[in-house]
Ligand binder design. Structure first.
Ligand code: BLA
Length: 508
């Protein structure tokens, strides 16, 4: 029942998607123990391998596979290094007189999992040839949005899905489509935001480890793995599997989006899930394993590029912070008061820390600019603010969570970056951000946006859920922004101390 999101989400988070004991039908799976004795296998093995009968549990794999296949698999196993490593072999003949297969091999608990799917011989070389040109297009990019746009276009050119999106996670784990390349007749998803719950926790964690996820056909029947559990009663752990079958919940979600096949590649930065490439197709779709491998390499290169640009941006941001310091020291040199300097501060900061409003409180003098609370509204916060440590800035996207009175700001301000700029009396510079839902534009047909019961999983329903989850919240303050605010606070303290010094000297 999708009308009860809270209970539903915990259910979602609990589903053991790695213990599903089934594979998708475009390949087959055999799990062997450390002696290469068959322990479990998908029931389509015989059909996939052109064997008369399904290989039996307890038989040796070498009873069916050729000596050459066995040697190649053993070599691959010896090559395998590190946790979560998956070895690939393209174009291997597994049984005498049989077809060529693309294989993936990895350890799972005490088992070795061998997965295989038919090898697309003719295309293999073409796929390899793609790598060079694609990386050449990516290499010179220095700008984030260009990287995202080019990334979406290149992935679509390579893999041919109807829609390819770059999706970025926010700090609260909701997400946003930040680039898109799609078939012209499809409605755009660019700019749409989705709630955290659309990707449950365990799916996120799994996705971080196994960064490539393909669902070739939402309607294909899952192929059971038998026996479903080992002789010790343990289900086979399919975390690193290529063929793992899918959760029916997720499939329903995808169908509601009009998606028949999907391919998802995680973008991981510094060990954390930064975002993903999400590819949708309106018909079943299965790019060859070699092509998927190229796409995976592409995404790794993409992640490195992203990292490089973000580091450069962070450096630039720090440099702007230092420049801001110098500018401020210069401007305040003529002894202008902080209150009178609000317009200057507001303008200077807009570029570095985007905000919708700003206010300064010095003594009893309150000034505000842009979308900011009135003096009365702000004064209601003063007792709480002054009980906080003076050396600490407050950065929140939801001030009302901390100070109930802030709820009265309504659409004026939801998030605040509060800089205490003296010890006593309490003086503050505050940057404000409006609540998000006001600002975000809904890209689809708004007349269809009312979610009917049972439609929660539709992207529009999902958007409604996102709106609900960010109700009264602003855009987050980024780490870089908080860091700059921190050095700004120190600068302003310095300015104020100098001014009080000068006043004291004049009096003397
Ligand atoms: C998995 N849901 C996912 C994944 C993505 C999304 C990317 C992981 C990767 C994958 O399996 O392909 C969601 N995909 C999106 C979003 C966009 C997109 C938001 O393209 C936006 C453009 N999903 C729900 C609810 C449940 C749920 C309410 O919305 C609860 C049951 C479940 N999502 C769910 C599960 C998985 C998933 C169980 C794992 C699927 C699997 O790996 O089998």
């Amino acid at each position: 029942n999708y009308n009860q999101p809270s209970s539903h989400f915990t259910e979602c988070d609990r589903e053991a998607i790695h213990h599903i004991a089934a594979v998708q039908d475009f390949g087959a799976l055999i799990a062997v123990n450390s002696d290469w004795v068959i322990a479990q296998r998908s029931v389509n093995c015989a059909a996939m391998l052109d064997l008369e009968e399904l290989p039996r549990v307890g038989e040796r794999l070498s009873d069916h596979f050729t000596p050459n296949a066995m040697d190649t698999l053993k070599e691959a196993l010896a090559r395998q290094s590190g946790e979560d490593a998956v070895e690939r072999i393209f174009g291997l003949r597994l049984v005498r007189g049989g077809h060529l297969f693309d294989c993936a091999l990895h350890a799972s608990g005490n088992n070795l999992i061998i997965e295989f799917e038919p090898h697309a011989e003719t295309e293999y070389a073409d796929h390899l040839a793609l790598i060079g040109p694609v990386l050449t297009r990516l290499e010179p990019i220095r700008d984030l949005q260009t990287l995202f746009d080019t990334g979406a276009t290149l992935v679509r050119q390579m893999l041919g899905y109807d829609r390819v999106m770059v999706y970025k996670f926010h700090r609260d784990e909701s997400g946003e489509v930040i680039a898109e390349d799609r078939r012209d007749d499809l409605e755009p998803f660019l700019g749409l935001r989705y709630p955290k719950a659309d990707i449950p926790q365990q799916a996120r964690e799994l996705f971080r480890r196994n960064r490539f996820r393909i669902i070739a056909d939402m309607d294909a029947d899952p192929i059971p793995i038998e026996p479903a559990a080992s002789m010790y009663g343990e289900p086979l752990d399919l975390s690193m599997s290529v063929l793992r079958s899918h959760s029916s919940m997720h499939v329903e979600y995808m169908r509601n989006m009009g998606v028949q096949a999907s391919l998802t590649i995680a973008i991981v930065r510094q060990g954390r899930l930064w975002g993903m490439f999400s590819c949708h197709h309106t018909e079943p779709r299965l790019p060859a394993y070699s092509l998927r491998t190229v796409a995976e390499m592409f995404s790794q290169m993409f992640s490195l590029m992203l990292d490089r640009i973000l580091i450069a941006r962070s450096d630039a941001q720090n440099a702007r912070g230092r420049k801001l310091h110098d500018q401020l020291m210069l401007r305040f040199a003529d002894g202008d008061s902080l209150a009178n300097s609000l317009p200057m501060l507001d303008d200077l900061l807009q570029d570095i820390i985007p905000h919708d409003g700003a206010s300064v409180l010095t003594g009893n003098d309150y000034r505000a600019r842009g979308s900011a609370p009135t003096q009365d509204q702000f004064m209601a916060l003063a007792p709480v603010l002054s009980s906080a440590p003076t050396s600490q800035i407050i950065a929140t996207s939801e001030l009302k969570e901390h100070i109930g009175d802030a709820a009265r700001f309504g659409d004026t301000a939801a998030g605040a970056l509060v800089l205490p700029i003296s010890r006593s009396p309490r003086d503050y510079l505050v940057l404000w951000r409006k609540p998000l839902t006001q600002i975000v534009t809904w890209a689809g047909d708004p007349s269809k946006s009312t979610a009917k019961p049972g439609e929660r999983l539709h992207p529009r329903g999902s958007f409604a859920a996102w709106e609900e989850s960010v109700e009264g919240k602003s855009e987050e303050w980024s780490d870089d922004e908080i860091q700059i605010a921190e050095s700004l606070r120190v600068t302003l303290l310095e300015v104020i101390l100098r001014m009080t010094d000068e006043t004291a000297q004049e009096r003397a």
